[in-house]
Write a protein that binds this ligand. Structure first.
Ligand code: AGP
Length: 616
């Protein structure tokens, strides 16, 4: 998705600050970048297709003048192909003002026609340029920049995160938000705006979260927020405790690898402060907001998410059924909108999202609430839309996840869902204190086993399998029960960063079609850890090999039967079946990473993908 960074300061030249912030947004996926400044009453813009490095080269060859206010943008094309002319920032036809915009203006064609009829000329294919001219039109009718932005957004329909500045109003930035996240940074020497907090951590830790329909006027030493009606409002500052280092790579070649290795620490951050070992219970923070009676009244669970978060939700569904004896279903959030309206009584909807800004997921959450249902959010970003709009909340505390391919967030979500299952099981007495203590003890023991997932001999096994998989065109991932969602997640990782076609399947499905695909060029990755599905998985592996298919098997260390049945064996520690997804997902993440490395893919910013899909 697009990225925004903007600054207005008293005397400081902000060009370098804004460019540094823009670089932290690279992970979001983009195809062009640009920056604009206001200098001596004139707007100057530089923008280039491709990576920010191209913009930096342009800025060296064709410098922007120093300025105390600047706006910058990374574009993920929606209207108009990637091209220098379509890169943001965009100005009106007289260069009276300039804006950067995330989101989609849905009635842009109608607005473009109206503006053309009023004599405006356009030089790009973007909806954003239309918005710039619409704001300019209102300014020419006498509105100040803030008034003109509000009037233009009244006329426009769609989503936006927007920053505007005008030649006639030096020292002012106007920001606005509808569905596309925007945060305001409050610093000692200025005010800032960005798509998300990591982009401003080098400037401030104090933030204001803009809500849908709100606008704000930023000056170097002041800020004023306005609600949907245009009335001034006050809001407390939010202190972000992420350090800039946490949002940086920390010496790893890719954010994705750093975040895979952070998973043992995520276990501690997500779980251990919440475990009451004596009572065998879990203590969530105040945001959880569900009483013991509320928990006892839950008779049905609905899980909703997209992508990786849907895969962790599928695991959560099984954990809640197993530990709290509550039936559930997991829905792709984008599909929920077309589902028939049913009774919400005694049901709880669990919405899972790393970013808390996924448009499909947010729309589904709001639909549940419109139907009278209650929503528990499982989210990694405090202050995100999901974190603020859900009725109840569990934060995963994974720290910023920068790599587009989600890894530690999946791990934190599954851990949080395990805690939730214990908590509800204890509330509705399906788990006594002893059982709760045992489940918490299992989680603490997992910490030791996780380190075994990163042993050198396992890395060698992964490297051997990756070398082979890098040569194939397609691959099936097979698992059963709790390992079926892990198979889905392993396939998603491989496809999204290596671009190899991969599908996850319940292994029992093989005979019903997929086995027709198997031959010497179509391999399988099989999750054959010990437990109730082990024997059946061995049979599936034999079926694949009988048809010359190669098999990469993830199985318990020392399992000679699995080793003999496999072409490539990746060993994992033996853990309780309910926690096995937290162990088997790690080699699958590393396997995909190694394959993508061999294929020289853009691992942190895979093609066509964005970290947070804020458009439907
Ligand atoms: C996963 O690796 C992908 N980046 C993608 O499927 C992601 O999980 C999905 O877009 C949901 O994002 P969210 O968790 O922020 O809602």
């Amino acid at each position: 998705m697009c990225g925004i960074v903007a600054a207005v300061c008293g005397s400081r030249d902000v060009r370098a600050d804004v460019l540094a912030g823009l670089k932290t947004l690279e992970y979001r996926g983009y195809d062009s970048a640009g920056m604009a400044v206001l200098h001596d009453g004139a707007i100057e813009i530089r923008r280039k297709m491709g990576k920010i490095a191209n913009l930096e080269k342009e800025l060296q060859e064709n410098q922007l003048p120093s300025s105390t206010q600047a706006i910058a943008h990374t574009r993920w094309a929606t209207h108009g192909p990637p091209a220098d002319r379509n890169a943001h920032p965009h100005c009106d036809d007289r260069k009276d003002l300039v804006i950067v915009h995330n989101g989609i203006i849905e009635n842009y064609l109608e607005l473009r026609q109206e503006l053309t009829d009023c004599g405006h000329a356009f030089s790009t294919d973007t909806d954003t340029e239309i918005l710039a001219n619409l704001i300019a039109m209102y300014m020419r009718q006498g509105q100040d920049l803030h008034g003109a932005v509000r009037a233009a957004l009244e006329a426009a329909s769609g989503s936006y995160g927007l920053v505007a500045m005008a030649a006639a109003e030096p020292g002012v930035l106007v920001v606005a938000r509808m569905d596309s996240p925007l945060v305001i940074g409050v610093g000692e020497f200025g005010r800032f705006a960005a798509s998300d907090m990591p982009a401003l951590l080098h400037l401030t830790r104090e933030f204001l979260i803009l809500e849908n329909g709100e606008t704000a006027v930023l000056k170097s030493d002041s800020h004023q927020l306005f609600d949907k009606s245009g009335a001034p409002i006050e809001r407390d500052l939010y202190h972000c405790n992420w350090s800039p280092e946490e949002a940086e790579r920390g010496g790893y070649p890719h954010f994705m690898l750093k975040e895979i290795y952070e998973q043992p620490a995520v276990l501690a951050r997500t779980a251990f402060d919440r475990c009451n070992d004596q009572k065998g219970d879990i203590e969530f923070e105040l945001e959880f907001g569900l009483s013991q009676d509320d928990l006892r009244s839950i008779k049905r669970l609905r899980f909703m998410a997209m992508g990786t978060s849907q895969n962790s939700a599928l695991i959560g569904q099984q954990m809640l059924a197993e530990l709290a004896r509550i039936p559930g279903e997991t829905l792709n959030a984008s599909e929920f909108l077309y589902s028939p309206e049913l009774e919400e009584d005694n049901a709880l909807t669990v919405v899972v999202s790393q970013s808390g800004e996924t448009a499909d997921t947010l729309r589904a959450m709001r639909e549940v609430q419109r139907r009278g249902g209650k929503v528990l959010g499982i989210c990694n970003v405090q202050g995100s839309t999901l974190a603020r709009e859900a009725d109840h909340l569990v934060l995963t505390h994974c720290g910023p996840e920068i790599g587009v391919a989600s890894t530690k967030a999946f791990f934190g979500q599954v851990t949080a869902l395990y805690l939730l299952a214990i908590h509800i099981g204890r509330a509705n007495s399906t788990l006594d204190a002893a059982a709760g203590r045992k489940l918490i003890e299992d989680l603490r023991h997992l910490r030791v086993n996780l380190d075994a997932s990163f042993r050198p001999e396992v890395s060698e096994q992964i490297a051997a399998a990756a070398k082979y998989l890098a040569t194939v065109k397609s691959c099936l991932f097979l698992g059963r029960s709790l390992q079926h969602p892990v198979a889905l997640e392993g396939a998603l990782k491989l496809k999204e960063i290596s671009y190899i076609h991969a599908e996850g399947y319940p292994a029992g499905e093989m005979k019903h079609g997929p086995i027709a695909l198997i031959d010497e060029n179509f391999p399988v990755v099989a999750l054959a850890t010990t437990g109730r599905t082990y024997q059946k998985m061995l049979s599936n592996i034999q079926e694949v090999r009988a048809r010359s298919g190669k098999v990469v098997v993830i199985a318990a260390s020392g399992d000679s039967v699995a080793r003999d049945a496999s072409d490539f064996m990746i060993e994992v520690p033996e853990v309780p079946e309910l926690l096995a997804p937290l162990i088997t997902i790690i080699p699958l993440q590393l396997l995909s990473y190694q394959v993508a490395l061999l294929l020289e893919r853009d691992i942190d910013q895979p093609r066509n993908l964005a970290k947070s899909v804020t458009v439907e």
